[in-house]
Design a protein around this ligand. Structure first.
Ligand SMILES: NCc1[nH]cc(CCC(=O)O)c1CC(=O)O
Ligand SMILES: [Mg+2]
Length: 330
């Protein structure tokens, strides 16, 4: 054949392929989500998330030390709150001695350079499991909730967090939190906004991990409809205008088109949350021997980078760091 273009020339061997590779994965890309619980010297594996654990503070600090040595430089902290500390308005969320606040102080004392992202949302703290304050008719009250979120964010900043990460999807919370942080002298604490967070069934294993599933109803009046994409751009623009430093798309895998659109439409770093259900699917299929876990894991994470994510929150982050450190080529 007289072919002018033979694209296979650029695939001839690993060296050429690496020269023309467009997207790459490195340990620098990751934020490792970690669950923390009360108690001492204990860790509990989450049944629907093999190799992900809830740690007591002492073991959390050990684990953070270990992953920092592997090159992971950022974590996202999620507290598992005992039922007796939950109430209707989530007031434990801004307790200066709360579990998340204690965890921030403990991690910063042991590994000062580990960047900490703390979750801002009420669901782990409310008896009903919703991300906001609820009225007698089951309506989630936006502005009343934002007041609590501001207190929560300020208390996390006072504990020493680097970034607060509002994951609740109330309107106007980014601006209110920015003002609250600044008014309290925390102008260097950043905001990672869960801007395009969808009402997704992929959060199931996470809710098992924290015991935070809503007791009634669903989250569709605040989280986004999975059918929508233009609305994601609107949400992202609002959050950037209100002061978000980093915006997030969540979940990631079923929403790669959203990541790509936001990449084109903005100039801020974009995070993708490779959520619990995405992790559980890979783990389950691998346990059954139906897929090659390492290859599927790297291919999945690479797809998020290719789509435009600058940062990936993933429960796979430790395994990725271990494999890359051992010379594994993805
Ligand atoms: N505000 C709660 C929150 N923060 C992160 C996740 C999910 C993360 C995951 O599934 O890995 C959720 C669950 C939810 O909105 O119900
Ligand atoms: Mg919004």
């Amino acid at each position: 054949m007289q072919l002018t273009h033979r694209p296979r020339r650029l695939r001839r061997n690993p060296s050429i392929r690496s020269l023309v590779r467009e997207a790459t994965l490195s340990v620098d890309d990751f934020i490792y989500p970690m669950f923390v619980m009360e108690g001492e010297n204990n860790r509990v594996e989450i049944p629907s998330m093999p190799e992900a654990y809830r740690f007591t503070l002492d073991l959390l600090v050990q684990e953070v030390t270990e992953i920092y040595a592997l090159g992971i430089k950022a974590i996202a902290l999620f507290p598992a709150v005992p039922e007796e500390k939950k109430d209707l308005t989530g007031s434990e969320s801004f307790n200066p001695e709360g579990l998340a606040q204690q965890a921030v102080r403990a991690v910063k004392a042991a590994v000062p350079d580990m960047i900490i992202f703390t979750d801002v949302a009420l669901d782990p703290f409310t008896t009903h499991g919703h991300d906001g304050i609820i009225d007698d008719n089951g309506v989630i009250l936006n502005d009343e909730t934002v007041e609590v979120l501001v207190k929560m964010a300020v208390s996390q900043a006072a504990a020493g967090t680097d970034f607060v990460s509002p994951s609740d999807m109330m309107d106007g919370r980014i601006g209110a939190i920015r003002q609250g942080l600044d008014a309290n002298g925390f102008e260097n604490v950043g905001i990672l906004a869960y801007s395009a967070k969808y009402a997704s069934a992929y959060y199931g294993p996470f809710r098992d991990a924290l015991g935070s599933a809503p007791k009634s109803g669903d989250k569709k009046t605040y989280q986004m409809d999975p059918a929508n994409s233009r609305e994601a751009i609107k949400e992202v623009y609002l959050d950037i205008a209100e002061g978000a430093d980093i915006v997030m798309v969540k979940p990631a895998l079923a929403y790669l088109d959203i990541i790509a659109k936001i990449k084109d439409a903005t100039n801020v770093p974009i995070a993708a949350y490779n959520v619990s259900g995405e992790y559980a699917m890979v783990k389950a299929a691998a346990q059954l021997g139906w897929i090659d876990e390492k290859k599927v894991m790297f291919e999945t994470l690479l797809s998020m980078k290719r789509a435009g994510a600058d940062i990936i929150l993933s429960y796979h982050a430790k395994a990725v760091a271990q494999l890359l450190a051992s010379g594994y080529r993805c």
